[in-house]
Structure formats: C-alpha cells, structure tokens
Design a protein around this ligand. Structure first.
Ligand code: ATP
Length: 307
C-alpha cells in the first residue's frame, strides 16, 4: 500500500476576517510530483506554511511524514526540504559558506558531492556572495541547498517565480533528478501550468481556500472538457448534460465546460438536442485550469475595442 506522506484534516486559516484556507482535506501519496495550483490569493502559500507548522491553523490539523505539523520534531524536519517563495537566503554569505552553514543542520545526511555537482551543473561561482547573484542563480542555490540533504519530502512555494524559460527547465530537471531517487515526494506550487503539465503526475487545485481537485494529472486532463455545439435555431434553454460546469450561449451556439462525461455521452446529448455540429475542443492544462476555476457565468475576460 502506498504511504501517505502529507495529510490535512479540515485545515482552516483565517487572517482576521479573511478566510485564506477553508477546511482543506488532502492526502498526498508517497513518490509523486504534485503540482499545487490556484489563482492569486487562492491560499497556496498559507496552506504550505500551515503544513510546515510555520503558521498556526484556526481549525483543523495536518501531518507530514506521520507527524503533526504543529509538533514537527528536528528528526522529522531533517527529512523535509522546503524552498520558500522568493528564495530567502543569507545575502552576506558566499555559496560555499552557505553550504557549510546549512550542512551543520544535517550532519549525517548532507550529500556534498550532489551539492557540488548541482552548483557546477548550474555553472555557479562558489565564492560569490548571495547578494551578488541574480534572482535565477539564487533560485538554483536554493534548490541545491534543499536537495543536498536528500529529503524524503520536498515542498516548494512557487520556486520558479521570475526565472527564464531555460533556467526553469534546468530547475525542474533538478526536481526530476530528486524524484528519481526512489520514493521521494515533491509538492510545488506554480502559476506556470506548462511546467506543472511537464513534470507533475498529480495535481491539487485550490480556489479561494477551497480544495477543488486532488487527483492524478491524467485524470484531470481527461475529465475537464470544452465542447462547442451549433444549432440551426436557438440552442435548448435547459442544458441538462451530466457534469456541466459552465454554459455560455450565443444566438445559435453553446459552449460547455464539462467535468467527466464520456465522449459518447456528449455525442448522444448533442444528437438528442438537435445540434447540427459539435466539437470537443482540445485544451492544454492551462486552458483547463482557467476554465475549471472560472467564476460561474463568466463571459470573455476582456474585449479590446479598436478605435
Ligand atoms: P499567490 O499565488 O498570489 O502567491 P496564494 O495562493 O499563495 O497567492 P496566499 O498568499 O496564501 O495565497 O493568500 C491567501 C489569502 O490570504 C489572500 O487573500 C491574502 O490576501 C490573504 N493573506 C495572506 N497572508 C496574509 C496576512 N499575513 N494577513 C492578512 N491576510 C493575508
């Protein structure tokens, strides 16, 4: 049986009257790369800080590697890697000094060769001070520092924020390198759905603090569908198709966002309701995410008016 490495139970956080995380019930199995996605302000950073015991929940609890987040022991913390949003590192230290400092917290498990190899792979000058590194270089140091203790669970909050495409790819390859060391688990938040699609095998979607999906990436990719249908006259007033999330209509067309129905079911519905044509639109993960988290009845976001 696959072990659960991260688990939350009714995890809730209010900041004053702002509900940031709303009764989150989550289980992440060992050995997956999990993309944690949600729009700005959805509650990702708050949820991550709660999971790591860096914030106190208003209600509920969470467990990492079987240990309550509010009481993570030093021994458990040594098995967890954390990359913060913005890569906060001591600016006055050089890369080599920072490694020495960090290593002192992991005397038994620090893999110096792995750290040195990553620094070389990223082509970083070991003697350069953190304050003189670019944002992307700091991100690379952050990742090397998080991976060198060989953590069983790596949690990263928007680790590729501000990185160019090539560096992002290098960074993510570093992550894959980690997961290839058997049984490792990664949870990373990101706004770049293309990256999530490329490296994750699991996806967690949070929206306004509420969990909206926690499944394999494949399941999500298969489930969220966009269908356009055209009719000789007005489309049916009552759209009673299974799994309907959004319905947008124009004079003779319907655009439906559906969760879950089989293609045959869509074909049968289209025929039964007199559609002339229908088309299941191929969407990438970003399109699926935007549609999935769109507020009900939203219309096109913005239409530029030419003067
Ligand atoms: P982003 O993708 O923009 O980084 P996020 O999904 O990480 O967003 P959070 O930073 O967890 O979202 O914020 C969730 C909500 O909680 C937001 O409405 C935010 O304004 C609010 N919030 C976060 N931190 C605080 C705080 N210290 N005090 C008050 N409100 C906060």
């Amino acid at each position: 049986m696959t072990e659960t490495v991260l688990e939350t139970e009714g995890l809730t956080k209010y900041y004053g009257s702002t509900l940031a995380v709303d009764h989150l019930v989550l289980k992440i199995p060992q050995g997956c790369i999990c993309g944690f996605v949600g729009r700005n302000g959805a509650g990702k950073t708050t949820a991550i800080k709660l999971m790591l015991g860096l914030l106190r929940p208003t209600a509920g609890s969470s467990r990492l590697l079987g240990c309550d987040s509010a009481a993570l022991t030093p021994a458990i913390r040594q098995r967890i890697g954390y990359v913060t949003e913005g890569h906060r590192l001591f600016r006055w230290m050089s890369i080599a000094e920072l490694e020495k400092f960090q290593r002192s917290f992991f005397p038994k498990q620090w893999d110096h060769k792995f750290f040195a190899d990553m620094i070389e792979y990223f082509n970083l000058p070991k003697k350069r001070k953190i304050k003189h590194l670019s944002i992307g270089e700091r991100a690379q140091v952050s990742l090397a520092l998080a991976l060198a203790p060989n953590p069983e669970l790596l949690i990263m909050d928007d680790p590729t924020l501000g990185l160019d495409a090539a560096i992002r790819r290098q960074f993510l390859e570093g992550m894959i390198e980690l997961i290839m060391r058997q049984g490792r688990t990664v949870l990373f938040s990101s706004h770049i759905l293309g990256d999530v699609e490329r490296v994750s095998d699991r996806i967690v979607v949070i929206d306004k603090g509420v969990l909206r999906a926690n499944c394999s990436l494949e399941e999500f990719r298969t489930a969220v569908k966009k269908v356009t249908l055209s009719f000789p006259d007005s489309p049916p007033a009552d759209v009673d198709i299974e799994g309907l999330l959004h319905c947008r209509r124009s004079e003779k067309e319907l655009e439906l966002i559906l969760i879950g129905p089989a293609d045959e079911h869509i074909a049968e519905w289209a025929q039964r309701n007199g559609a002339e044509k229908y088309h299941i639109v191929k969407m990438n993960l970003e399109d699926q995410f935007i549609e999935y988290t769109a507020p009900p009845n939203h219309r096109r976001l913005f239409q530029w008016e030419e003067k």
